[in-house]
Write a protein that binds this ligand. Structure first.
Ligand SMILES: [Zn+2]
Ligand SMILES: [Zn+2]
Length: 386
C-alpha cells in the first residue's frame, strides 16, 4: 500500500528534462549516456534506449509508455525534427531524455540536430576533456579528424584540436604542421535570463586581466540596459565594453594586439558573428562569447546554435524558476510577460522600452500567450531585452 502511494507520488512529481551530450569522436558521449541509463536503473526507474529508423517520427513508435528515461545515441543521424519531438517528450510526456551525438561532422561543419538541441536542452555538456591526437599538442580536442585508409589500415577518426583539424581527410600518419600564430579557442557561455551568463563572462575576463592579457569586450549597441560602455550583469557587476551596432563595426574596432575578446548578448548579432569568432579563434585569439540560447518562445536564438557547435568549450547555465511555488533550479527558458501575462507568439522578437518584463522559468512553467494584442509602444529608455 505504502509502496503504491510512493509510486503514485513519484509519478505526480515526475518532471521531464532534456540533456544533450556532444563532442568529437572518442570523447565519451556514449559512456556518459550509458551512465545516465545505469543510474536510472539503480533508482528503479524504467529506461529505454531508442534507436533504429533514421526518421525521427518513427522513433516514437518504439516508445514504451512506462519509460521514465529515454536515451538516444548518434543523434546526428536525425534531422531537425528531432528537436521538437524530444522537447515534447520532456515537456508534455514528462520523460527525462538524454541524447548524445556529434555537433560537427568530420569536415568541421555543423550537422544534424545537435546544434539546436544544445540550445533547447536543459543541460548541455560538450565533452571537451580529451586531448588532441596530434603528438605534442596539448590543446583540447573539439574536432573529429578523418584519416585515409592506407597500407591495410582502415579509415580512422581521431579527436583533434581546432588548429590541427583539416576539413579534408589526412594521411594515416600525422604531418608536421607549422603555425605562425599561437593557438586560440572559442568558449560559449549560454543559458536563459538570470542564469548568470554575464557574470561568468566578466569573471573570465577578469581572470585574463589579472594574467596580463590584452582584452577587448563588446556588446550589441541596442542593449542599453544599465550602461552604455560596459558589459553589466543584473547584479551591477561591470566590465568596460564597446557597444557596436553590428559585426562589421565590431571587426573595425578590434585591435591587432588583442589576445582575449569578450562578446556579450551574442544572440543579437547577425549570422556573420559565427564566422568572425571562428576566424579569431583560428588565428590565435581566445574568444569568450555569452548569450541567450533561446528566445521568449523557446526557439533557438539567432546565431546561438552555430556558436554552440563551433565552440571548443560550452558552459550552459541554469537559473531558478520564478513561477510561484516551483523552486526548480533547472530553469532554462526565458518568460516574457506583458502586463503580467505571457507574451503571445506574434509579439516582436526584440522589445525596446519598458513594456515587457522577464522571468526565468523551467520548461514546465514556460508559457506562450494565446491572445494576440497590440504591442504597447514605449520610448522610455529603461530596458532592451530579447
Ligand atoms: Zn592539436
Ligand atoms: Zn518551474
Amino acid at each position: 500500500m505504502i509502496n503504491e502511494r510512493y509510486r503514485e507520488d513519484r509519478e505526480r512529481r515526475r518532471l521531464g528534462s532534456l540533456s544533450a551530450f556532444s563532442g568529437p569522436t572518442h570523447s565519451g558521449k556514449t559512456k556518459k549516456l550509458e551512465a545516465e541509463a545505469e543510474r536510472a536503473q539503480r533508482q528503479g526507474r524504467r529506461s529505454q534506449r531508442l534507436h533504429g529508423p533514421a526518421d525521427a517520427n518513427q522513433l516514437l513508435d518504439q516508445l514504451d509508455p512506462a519509460a521514465e528515461l529515454v536515451t538516444i545515441d548518434d543523434a546526428q543521424r536525425y534531422d531537425d525534427r528531432l528537436v521538437e519531438i524530444l522537447n515534447d517528450l520532456a515537456t508534455i510526456h514528462r520523460v527525462d531524455v538524454v541524447v548524445a551525438g556529434w555537433e560537427l561532422d568530420y569536415t568541421g561543419q555543423p550537422a544534424g540536430p545537435l546544434p539546436e538541441l544544445m540550445c533547447s536542452a536543459d543541460f548541455a555538456l560538450k565533452l571537451d576533456d580529451g586531448v588532441c591526437a596530434q603528438p605534442g599538442c596539448r590543446n583540447l580536442a573539439s574536432r573529429t579528424q578523418r584519416f585515409h585508409a592506407a597500407n591495410g589500415t582502415p579509415e580512422r577518426f581521431l579527436p583533434v584540436c581546432r588548429r590541427h583539424h583539416t576539413p579534408d581527410a589526412r594521411a594515416v600518419s600525422f604531418q608536421e604542421v607549422w603555425f605562425d600564430e599561437p593557438s586560440g579557442s572559442l568558449d560559449l557561455i549560454s543559458g536563459c535570463m538570470f542564469s548568470g551568463k554575464t557574470q561568468e563572462l566578466i569573471r573570465r575576463l577578469d581572470q585574463a586581466r589579472f594574467a596580463g592579457s590584452t582584452i577587448q569586450a563588446f556588446k550589441p549597441a541596442l542593449d542599453d540596459r544599465y550602461a552604455l560602455e560596459a558589459v553589466a550583469s543584473h547584479r551591477e557587476v561591470r566590465f568596460p565594453a564597446i557597444a557596436v551596432p553590428d559585426v562589421a563595426a565590431l571587426q573595425d574596432q578590434l585591435r591587432d594586439d588583442t589576445r582575449v575578446v569578450g562578446i556579450d548578448e551574442a544572440q543579437f548579432f547577425g549570422p556573420d558573428i559565427v564566422s568572425l569568432v571562428a576566424e579569431l579563434a583560428d588565428r590565435g585569439r581566445h574568444v569568450i562569447v555569452a548569450g541567450l540560447d533561446l528566445d521568449f518562445l523557446a526557439r533557438p536564438f539567432g546565431p546561438m546554435p552555430l556558436l554552440a557547435a563551433y565552440a571548443d568549450r560550452l558552459t550552459k547555465l541554469q537559473a531558478s524558476c520564478q513561477y510561484p511555488g516551483c523552486g526548480s533550479r533547472q530553469a532554462s527558458r526565458t518568460q516574457r510577460l506583458l502586463d503580467g501575462e505571457p507574451a503571445p507568439p506574434d509579439s516582436p522578437l526584440v522589445v525596446i522600452g519598458g513594456a515587457a518584463t522577464y522571468e526565468a522559468r523551467c520548461r514546465h512553467h514556460h508559457r506562450i500567450g494565446v491572445h494576440a494584442r497590440p504591442e504597447p509602444v514605449s520610448i522610455v529608455e529603461e530596458s532592451a531585452e530579447l
